[in-house]
Unconditional design. Structure first.
Length: 368
């Protein structure tokens, strides 16, 4: 089946270069093409964990909230306290609905005094924010700006980015950024990214400059063995980076999704879902996202959630993700596990293409 590109499935400013560099597999994310792999997944993983990897993540769209009430609205939208978010800083800020269900887990960037970006996962956050701002009557404009991230990740990412923009990038703290112009290219240089290998996201603010920015990074990365890549499922599961919508379902709340530490229920301000989240915390979860150690030969990634049961065949939850870990040399899984089977050390079974396999529940992140 061939994916047809067009107005409903857009490509990023980096798509052509990414494809030419070797990306052969893609998915759809935020109604855009997301390149996800080359023909050599082992080389993709090694480049990310040992050298430097360049990702077209232009599908990671920004929702821009701009106007006098921007910060006040953003604070009402997120369960994370954003009151001290300074210009040039970013913060992981989960969003919930009024019933406490997790509807996205964006990173929020304070661009200037009255402009905030929500760098969103795959969902209709733009419509959600427009609806709430309209109901509240906030003095803001909510839009999707011409902003496309290009990620540079891996142990040599800092050397690569410093070779292009200067030594100052080495002093940039995690989740901090600087807005610059470089050789006519407007962009935000942010120390961030969806890996635990270190790196930067370059938020291009002019889509016509995509090839130019790609070429600068690609050339600077040659001495470091740069390779085209993408968000890596094995690496992110090994280090437990939540994939909203993959590791979660439509009913998941932050406590179930293992990100309860990013919910500021002690804050004095009101926010969407606060009362529901207070009640959920008091009641305690009925299920939790947990890690699984799965026996047997290496497994391919599962394209959809698979069964999870007790040794006697009783329902125990859903296995949301399965991957063979090069780091740990064993199969790992992420599963929404029902209480009380969620206790570490509990023996369960995971459904695989070759039948049910034994698995053991562990806490996240993995510590093997």
């Amino acid at each position: 089946m061939k994916l047809t590109e067009g107005p409903r499935v857009r490509t990023s400013p980096f798509y052509g270069r990414s494809k030419a560099a070797g990306m052969t597999v893609a998915s759809v994310y935020n109604r855009m093409v997301l390149p996800i792999a080359t023909d050599d997944p082992t080389a993709d993983y090694e480049a990310l964990t040992q050298r430097v990897s360049l990702w077209d993540v232009g599908c990671q769209r920004q929702v821009q909230v701009q106007g006098p009430d921007a910060l006040e609205l953003c604070q009402y939208l997120s369960a994370r306290d954003l009151s001290q978010l300074r210009i040039g800083a970013a913060k992981y800020a989960p969003l919930c609905d009024y019933d406490g269900r997790l509807i996205n887990d964006p990173v929020v960037l304070r661009v200037n005094e009255d402009t905030v970006w929500f760098s969103v996962a795959d969902s209709d956050v733009l419509l959600w924010i427009r609806a709430i701002s309209g109901e509240r009557g906030d003095d803001v404009e909510v839009s999707e700006p011409d902003v496309s991230p290009l990620a540079v990740q891996g142990p040599s990412a800092t050397d690569t980015v410093a070779a292009v923009f200067g030594e100052w990038v080495r002093e940039l703290k995690f989740f901090h950024f600087r807005r610059i112009h470089h050789e006519g290219i407007p962009l935000v240089v942010c120390r961030s990214g969806w890996s635990k290998q270190g790196g930067f996201e370059l938020f291009l603010e002019d889509g016509s400059k995509g090839d130019q920015l790609w070429d600068l990074i690609w050339a600077a990365g040659q001495p470091h063995g740069i390779r085209v890549g993408a968000p890596n499922n094995a690496e992110r599961i090994e280090n437990f980076l939540l994939a909203w919508g993959s590791d979660t379902d439509a009913e998941s709340d932050p406590f179930e999704a293992a990100i309860g530490s990013y919910i500021d229920l002690g804050a004095t301000h009101d926010f969407v879902g606060k009362n529901a989240l207070l009640a959920k915390r008091a009641e305690g979860p009925t299920r939790e996202l947990k890690g699984l150690l799965i026996d047997g030969e290496p497994l391919d990634a599962n394209p959809e959630p698979v069964g999870l049961q007790t040794p006697n065949g009783s329902y125990a939850g859903q296995t949301r993700a399965v991957v063979y870990s090069p780091r740990y040399e064993r199969n790992l899984g992420l599963a929404i596990v029902e209480v009380p089977q969620n206790l570490p050390g509990t023996k369960l079974q995971v459904h695989t293409p070759t039948g049910w396999r034994p698995a053991i529940v562990v806490d996240l992140p993995f510590d093997l």
